[in-house]
Design a protein. Sequence first.
Length: 413
Amino acid sequence: MSRDEEALYLAALAQIPSVGAHLLFELKTTFGSYRAAWEAHPAEWLDVRGVTGGLRERFQDFRSGFDLGKFAEDLEEKSVFLFTIEEDVYPQRLKELDSPPPVLYARGQLAPLLPDKISIVGTRKASAVGRKQTSRLAYDLASLGLTIVSGMALGIDGAAHEGALEAGGLTIAVLGSGIDEVYPPQHESLYRRILEHGLVLSEHPPGVSPLKEHFPRRNRIIAGLSKGTVVTEAPLNSGALITARLANDMGRDVFAMPGPVASPIVKGCHQLIKSGEAKLVEDADDVLVVFGEKKSELLARQRERLQEKLDLELVPAAPEAAPAVSRPEPDEPKPSPKRARATSRKQPAQPPAPSVSDEDMRLLSAISYSEGTHLNTLARKLKLSIAELSARLTLLEIRGLVKSLPGGFFQRL
């Protein structure tokens, strides 16, 4: 049985109420595979440690009404990636939790999973100042190469994603709904931009509504993904304080941004600081303390990015040709420096460096230069799991050999 098939059976089992990571482990230990557990007679489930009569009945009811083939087709049609806790692509920091989500559904680009991550959270009813400060902080941190994680809610969450995108950086939105459900609906445009330039994650499959009870677990994933969590603006009753305390419980660093002492909208931040649950943060430099010696590396990366941007803006004009060489006719426009640079980028790419492995060369050969090739097509053609294929494509993208396109497509460069 392929790893992709096992992932589908695991994902199906994980949708049964009360079936979490620990029980899934017991099911696989007892039956040998998730497929065997799915196909077992319900009475056999009582042999599994932790299974009650009520759970056996829920399994029987769920299985009788669940179409595994349609589920797989739905994932493919919506370009949804499936990460199970047993795969390398599953975020390592989440694996460290006591009860991590067994399955993550993902849409968008995989690159945001690689760098260190900082989560930024806060109130939905943010002030104009709070949104501006949040966007600036996210911009600065994303410019350093960090991935910004938030929950795509109104207010602070949206400002955090916007700041990261404005910097041309990476961001991850963690949803409290199905991976294809845009909530709140006001963030439809933001959701689309994150799909194109970042990653959307959820522990819920397509079609699941954003229920109130989903959001505490969503907050736990936000905190669990990140090396540190920043609360930029939050009143005393804000759900962002739950995220901060979850991060503290995980042993992660927590930061809070102060504001006007008389303003109720920052009372939650002040409480976190006064109680010692959070360090005071005013700018990106205060957050970088969590990286210790790596701080200088991040700052060097920022300087490199700024220099690259400066080089692009200051490309010298091509020198005029010598008089003996024929010039363009007067009505033939000369290309501007920026246009010339852009045109040169579209020339056929040089062959990959000899250091590319035979396996990666086989993968590159299967990817189209012009139209792009879908991830699922590559998986079927090369007989690779989505997890392994995604990891290899991400590394090839970092090396500049492929480019990820919206909708799960990849183009060879």
